[in-house]
Design a protein around this ligand. Sequence first.
Ligand SMILES: [Fe+2]
Length: 381
Amino acid sequence: MAVSVFNHPTKIIYGVDSLYKLENELKTLKCKSLFVVSGKKFLENSGTKEKLLSILKNFDIYFFNRVIPNPPSDVIEEAVKILVAQKFDAAIGIGGGSAIDCAKLSLAVFNAGANVKDLLYGKSPVLKRPIPLIAVPTTSGTGSEVTPFVTVRDKQLNKKIALGSYFLYPEIAIIDPKLTFQMPPHITASTALDAISHAFESLWSKDSQPITDIFAEESIKLIFENIDYAVRCDCAVLDERAQEARVNMSMASMLAGIAISHTRAGASDAISYPIAVYSNITHGFACALTLGEVLKLNYPFLSKKFDKIFSRLDIKDIEEMKGKIDSLKKNLSAPCSLRELGIKEENISDIAEQSFDHPAMQKNIAPLTKKDIENILKTIY
Ligand SMILES: [Fe+2]
C-alpha cells in the first residue's frame, strides 16, 4: 500500500449552537476588530445578524454584505478596498460557499497587494494570511469552510475559475447546523448534491487515500439516509427528524469537504464549470448531472474499493448505485439533461474542450479524452 500523508490545518468546531464558541475563539486570538463577509440579505433576513451582534457585543464589526452567488471579481475588489482602508484583527466569512470564498479571496488579494486576476491566473502567489479567517457555513454543500479552494466568475471571459492554495484554508470553521435550519428546500437540494459529488469525486481521485475514503464513504451514507427528511420540510416548523437530518447534512458536507481538500475533485466537477457558463444551473446540480456516467467510467479502475464501499452501504452493485444517484436527483427535482437547461447540441464540443482543460480532470482516475467527455455529454443530452 502507498504511504499517505494527511494534515488538515483548519480547526473544526462542530455542533448545534457552536456559534456561541465564536467569542471565546476571538478572545483567544486577541482579536477586537472584525471584517464580516456575508451575502446581500442573508444575515438580516435569517436573524443571524442579531444573533451575531449579541454574541459579539464587545467587538468592533464592519459588515461587508455585498456578496452574490458565484461572485464576480468586482465584488472581491470592493472587499479589498475596505481591507486597504481599514485595519482588522480577524475576518469572518458567514453564509454559503460564495460568502466564504469571497472572504478567503479578498484577504488573499489584499495580502498579496495584487488584483483578483493576478491571483486567479497565477501571476501573484497566495501568501500566508496575516489575520485569521473564521468560516461559518449556513448551507450544507460547498465545504468551503474546511477547504483550500475558492471559485470566482471572470465576467470578461464569461468563465468560472477555481483557485487552490494551502493558505486558503480558514484557520477556524464553526459549523453550527442550526444556521442551516432556515435553508429553503431548493438550496438544501442543490447543496446536498454538491456535497455528494465531492464525496464521489474524492473516492475516484488519483490522490484518494484511506483516510479520505473513510470521510467520503460516511458522507455518502449520511446524505442517502438524511436528504429526504432535510429537504421535505416546512422551514418554519422543523420537526425533530428534520432537525436531525439537517444536523447530519452539515456533518456530511464537512466530511466531503475535508476529503476533496486532499484529493481535489474530478471529471464531474471539471464538466460542471462550462455547463454553468452555458446555463443558469447551480453548482451542485451541475456537478450531479454527470455523476452517474462518470461513476460508470471510473468503476473499472477501482472496482475492488467500490465493491467494498457498496456492500457497506447495502448496495448490491454499480447498477444499483447508479440507480440510487439517478433517483436522488429525481427526488430533489434536479435537472437530468442538457436539453432541459437550454444548452444546444452544437455547444457540446466546446463544453468538452473547456472541461478537458480544467485541472480537476487530471485527478480523475480514468484518463478521459475529449471524445469520452463528448460521449458523456451526449448521453445526458
Ligand atoms: Fe463543489
